[in-house]
Design a protein around this ligand. Structure first.
Ligand SMILES: CC(C)(COP(=O)(O)OP(=O)(O)OC[C@H]1O[C@@H](n2cnc3c(N)ncnc32)[C@H](O)[C@@H]1OP(=O)(O)O)[C@@H](O)C(=O)NCCC(=O)NCCS
Length: 143
């Protein structure tokens, strides 16, 4: 499967530097490291979009590891919200080489659920993307 979709609408956020501890036995980037990074990035994106620190990963669709990365490569992680449900938000993700722009990973659907104080899914009330931090809670979550 090629890059049928345009990537214009994806915004790239965190950059990562591939280090020795991120490698697999083949000497290339370990898929598990990449998934941990993108899950965290998506969680932060969902927190900003839904204005709630209590969001959880519900569903991750097919993951396509399109190319490998090597030690020293600089990567950037991109996300865009593709659907706002009642209690959920769906995102599309792409990780690419910062220099060559070659896609390393793409995920068509990552679904996060907004959780209320009772630990159950709660309506978030949003239907559009914010490019600001206007929905962010002003207090830290109780920890
Ligand atoms: C998140 C959780 C509370 C949701 O519970 P649930 O009983 O599935 O809740 P609901 O059926 O009300 O669904 C909540 C939302 O998730 C969506 N959803 C549920 N199952 C889904 C699936 N398989 N794929 C995509 N979306 C799904 C629903 O459509 C709903 O979204 P909407 O309100 O925007 O329409 C529960 O599944 C859970 O705790 N999961 C573990 C989460 C977690 O710990 N993640 C970290 C990884 S270990």
């Amino acid at each position: 499967m090629g890059n049928a979709r345009q990537n214009d609408s994806i915004n790239f956020y965190t950059r990562k530097w591939v280090k020795p501890e991120d490698l697999n036995a083949n000497g290339t980037l370990f898929g598990g490291s990449l998934l941990r990074w993108i899950d965290e990035e998506a969680a932060i994106y969902a927190i900003i979009q839904l204005g709630n620190h209590r969001v959880v990963t519900k569903f991750i669709s097919e993951i396509n590891f399109e190319a490998s990365a090597r030690q020293g490569d600089l990567l950037e992680m991109g996300l865009v919200a593709t659907h706002f449900g009642t209690t959920s938000i769906t995102m599309r993700a792409q990780v690419r080489n910062m220099i060559t722009r070659k896609t390393i990973l793409s995920i068509e659907r990552l679904v996060f659920v907004n959780i209320g104080e009772d630990g159950e899914p709660a309506p978030h009330g949003y239907s559009t993307i914010t490019f600001d931090r206007d929905r962010m809670p002003t207090t830290q979550p109780a920890g």
